[in-house]
Design a protein around this ligand. Structure first.
Ligand SMILES: [Zn+2]
Length: 448
């Protein structure tokens, strides 16, 4: 009688759960001093850490056994040279293809330099360079391992979704008589949405929360030499402190042209983190939309082209005084010498659909907020998370408007990313066409 009761009870709790979910987390704080990425001015390696950097994974399995794994990292940006290897190993070891795996980078500017990401920023000596190479190898192993840990942790769970708001992001593309500079543009577009995906055990206990915001993790500026996750790192710590035993994961949305405001002190990074954490906790206490139903995923690449460049153009730059432009020109000329100049870039676009209740759009690169706002116009602003910085952070991704206006996100940043120059004017059309294709494949209808 007693045994029967236990069996009935466990069958009941399984039936009460819409999904299985599992969470993995691994510390990815570099063990040795390492060059920090994001600002060109730094002249020596890191000096310890304010707090640990994390890779965290959320695995979700639907009732048909379809699995997706969503990974967050406190890193400036994962290049495809790392994420493609991770995806291939995840497929081999766990049978999950890249369509069902998302790797997001928080874009912290107090994180380590990542091999093949923004490498034009620094010319490192052999020892410093070896530290970066070794870190990339360890990171690759850790990212595979954190996916495995999440899959191992799969247990009945329910998902729910809501939206909050934060207002410390400001559009940073300031118009001046000399053109667009990185400054403050209060009337410029922003997206205050803070999407919150809550993962609970069948008894209602919080297991994990995935939240996002469209804003650079640049509260801490180039004079900071301690590793941290910036405001997103502080927000995750504050949420986990308020919810013991739960894991919180930050997702970087389309915040390429957004900076925290104000910025440049440690107190402000903590303050922005606390504001975001308070909002996530508030939303989790509200009545949320239940998320249920089959998981569907689609991943496509689209070939982006560049405005014309020539060998002669790069040769002429060798005489310039800007060290980054010269370094970049040398790198481009090496590619011409190898007979392999960059003409196109394979850009990743991904969508994951949870039943009829929620869509996660994951775009590669540093995506400006125009894409996020346009996707919400074309597919509805509810029940959607539009992430940038996913799967491959290869460059900024300007909208046509931003491309035409020029400035850092359109043009100058391409130097640091080691790409030949600005994208051509098809960039937004090509990406949006691909977004519509993946949305169609996962069953998220357009509203206009
Ligand atoms: Zn950036």
């Amino acid at each position: 009688m007693r045994i029967l009761f236990v069996v009935v009870l466990s069958a009941f709790s399984l039936a009460a759960a819409d999904y299985k979910a599992g969470i993995g987390r691994i510390i990815i704080t570099p063990e040795k001093p390492i060059y920090m990425s994001g600002y060109a001015g730094r002249d020596h390696p890191s000096e310890g850490a304010l707090h640990d950097l994390w890779a965290k994974a959320l695995a979700v399995e639907d009732r048909h056994g379809t699995r997706v794994v969503i990974v967050s990292t406190d890193l400036i940006g994962l290049p495809r040279s790392i994420s493609d290897i991770v995806a291939a190993r995840v497929q081999k070891e766990y049978g999950i293809d890249h369509a069902h795996l998302v790797l997001n980078s928080s874009h912290t500017h107090t994180g380590p330099l990542i091999r093949h990401n923004l490498e034009i920023l620094f010319e490192l000596g052999p020892e410093e360079s070896q530290v970066v190479t070794d870190y990339a190898a360890t990171l690759t192993d850790n990212l595979v391992a954190v996916v495995g840990a999440a899959l191992k942790d799969l247990a009945p769970a329910n998902l729910s979704f809501g939206n909050g708001r934060a207002t410390f992001a400001i559009n940073r593309r300031q118009n001046t008589p000399k053109g667009v500079i990185i400054g403050e543009n209060p009337p410029g577009p922003t997206d205050p949405d803070v999407p919150v995906l809550k993962i609970t055990a069948p008894d209602g206990k919080l297991r994990a929360v995935l939240f996002g915001y469209a804003c650079h993790n640049t509260t801490l500026t180039g004079q900071f030499y301690k590793l941290s996750g910036d405001y997103a790192g502080f927000a995750q710590i504050a949420i986990e402190k308020a919810n013991p035993g739960a894991t919180s994961m930050f997702f970087m949305l389309c915040g390429a042209d957004q900076n925290p405001n104000p910025r440049s002190t440690l107190e402000l990074a903590e303050q922005h983190g606390a504001a975001l954490a308070a909002e996530v906790n508030r939303v989790m206490g509200e009545k949320l939309v239940r998320v249920r139903g089959p998981l569907r995923a689609a991943f496509q690449v689209v070939e982006l082209g560049f405005a014309p460049q020539s060998r002669e153009g790069f040769e002429a730059r060798l005489a310039e005084s800007n060290v980054y432009r010269v370094r970049h020109a040398k790198a481009m000329l090496r590619l011409y010498d190898d007979g392999n100049p960059i003409r196109r870039y394979s850009y990743p676009v991904q969508a994951i659909q949870f039943g009829k209740d929620l869509t996660l759009v994951a775009l590669g690169g540093e995506v400006v907020v125009d894409y996020d706002l346009r996707i919400k116009r074309e597919f509805g602003a509810k029940r959607i998370i539009v992430a940038g910085y996913s799967n491959d952070v290869m460059s900024y991704i300007p909208s046509l408007r931003v491309l035409k206006e020029g400035g850092y996100e359109a043009d100058e940043s391409m130097i640091y990313y080691g790409l030949p120059g600005p994208y051509d004017e098809e960039v937004e059309d090509l990406i949006m066409t691909t977004v519509h294709q993946v949305m169609k494949r996962v069953g998220r209808p357009a509203v206009q």
